[in-house]
Ligand binder design. Sequence first.
Ligand code: ADP
Length: 661
Amino acid sequence: METHARVPLGVAVGLAGCWVLFALIVREPALDSPGFATVWPAGGVAALWFLLRAARPLSIDTALLAAAAVGVNMVLGADPPLNGVFTVTNVAQTLFAAWLLRRWCPGLWGCGGDRPLDRPRMLPRFGTALAVASAAGALLGTAGAALVTGQPDVMAGVLFFGRNLVSALIVVTLGIVLGHWLSRPRPRPSLLHDATVVELVAATVFTGAMYGLAFAFDALPLVFPLLGATVWFGLRFSTVVGAAHSFAVGVATQTLTMTGVGPFAAVERSDVGSLLAEFYIATIVVTGLALSTGRDERQALAVELRRTQQEAVYQVSIREAVIGSMTEGLFVLDDTGELLVHNAAAAEIFGLPVAGLTWQELATRSGRWVDGVPMSEAERPSVRALTGEAVHDAELLVKRGDGTDGVVSVSAIPLPRDQLRGRSRALVLFRDISTEHARREELATFAGVVAHDLRNPLAAIDGWTEMLADELDAHTLTPDLTREFVSRVQSSSRRMHQLIRDLLAHATSGQRDLEVGQVDIAELVGEVAAARHAELQVSVEPVPPVLADPVLMRQVLDNLVGNALKYVAPGVEPQVTVRGCRSDTRMVTVNVADNGIGIPPGEQERIFEEFHRAHERDYEGSGLGLAIVRRIIARHDGTIVVRPNPTGQGSVFEFTLPAYD
Ligand code: ADP
């Protein structure tokens, strides 16, 4: 498919005009077969014309060229039979050249594609197509002329081939590179390429001077410096300017040679001189093209390389940003134990410095499963991934840099093998689940204790109701016995109620959103005491206002005051005192002192744990109250401790809360 539009007929007519003009003005009087030999460089113009128009054998272009050829040959004095031969030769050769180029260089602009002539490896096909077409034209023309005149003129055929090839080389090349350049969207690439106008002027002056010297002093072999000009143009300017230079010096060389000026005309036989000139022009055209296309190709490769490098740098920066911002630890390991990539989180999770992190270090710090069982080398998730097995969410114990233990969840995925170094690679992802794991453990214990503590009163209810039934069956049930059984059942059910209430309070104390405001602790204590009908046992002194959640504060005080009233020795009248003061600029300290049984030594810390009870036997309770209190105080950024009452009897629970102002 054509990737560029065929040029309009107007351009074809223009090119036909050029063809006629060239055919008429460029003539070589020294040659015997005028019509045959003087169509130079018209052959190239016709080939370009047919190429750009994608002309077919039966087309207006063919008719136009045939008519022009007949006319020109008539003007040049060819008799009708020879005119016929030359016309057929001209048209056939042109069609053949265009056809060959479109077949052999289909990607090239003007030949059906849109590529510029920018790679040296395109040149052999391009040149061969033109050479084959010119050779075919020369053969056809020579054979036809020989048939008409009866005397074969081999030299004329060779000259015809040389001229048409050279003509095609300079004209078609210039036409294609110029056409491609014109077809580019604006702004078009610079014609000067890397060079400046000054350099162009210098190179042109140099060319003029060298050609002037070589053609003025034709007795001296001064042709070789001419190649310097071609090299200059080929290396420093765009292909368009290089091709234009080759065109100009080619036309000048051939014209001067035909008019008897210069080193080629100085050769004894004019036809040999002419052939040499053609050979010379073909050499400079091909040399110039090879240089400029070679440079274009190098430049395209350099641009591509730069683009690839930039792309690679960009990809690496993205990768690093993504990996660096991950909270999950990540590393890539190969089977030699080398850590190829790792992120900051990987080092942080292990509590190690990011720089200098090694796989050996990580491995020694993570050699046990979460239950503490040591892990064999082959069981390691990373080692398994290196052998091609994907591992998901394996839980491992890790020993952190600061000596503390942690738990990580590890996934390891095999990566494609590094073919270059022949190594297996694995991607290892892991995250710190220490808190999650501790929470899970806590929950499991919690559930276990809950189940146990709920089952106890239930078992008691079962037991007492069974005994009740037995007594009923045996008709031995007395009202006193019944009262006794019922009261036991009621007590067990009360315990269950209490436990369920405490469990609910425990669950909500950590989850409910804090709604803080000004709270008067003394007022709350008064309310709690009143609700427990213990106004006489509880005395309270004014406490500076605190910033707290009133609902949760009431829960705290109810638990503390309730315990203070509950944990007293039998027969002792409980006495509870609540006071508070500003401990520092920010906090208020509140004391709840009692005259109770006190906390056994070594239990001061543990009584704040869930379900821990220091006086299990004689006092009812769930062991959750102080755990709830500690959690609520902690949520208010305060602390709570217990110490023996300085009076020598009972305990003092002391907690801090943020001051209101
Ligand atoms: P509960 O009172 O339901 O057993 P708590 O969490 O409120 O649970 O208290 C935990 C334990 O701390 C109690 O079982 C008790 O042994 C001890 N304790 C709490 N408050 C006092 C106190 N004022 N005097 C003596 N011991 C106390």
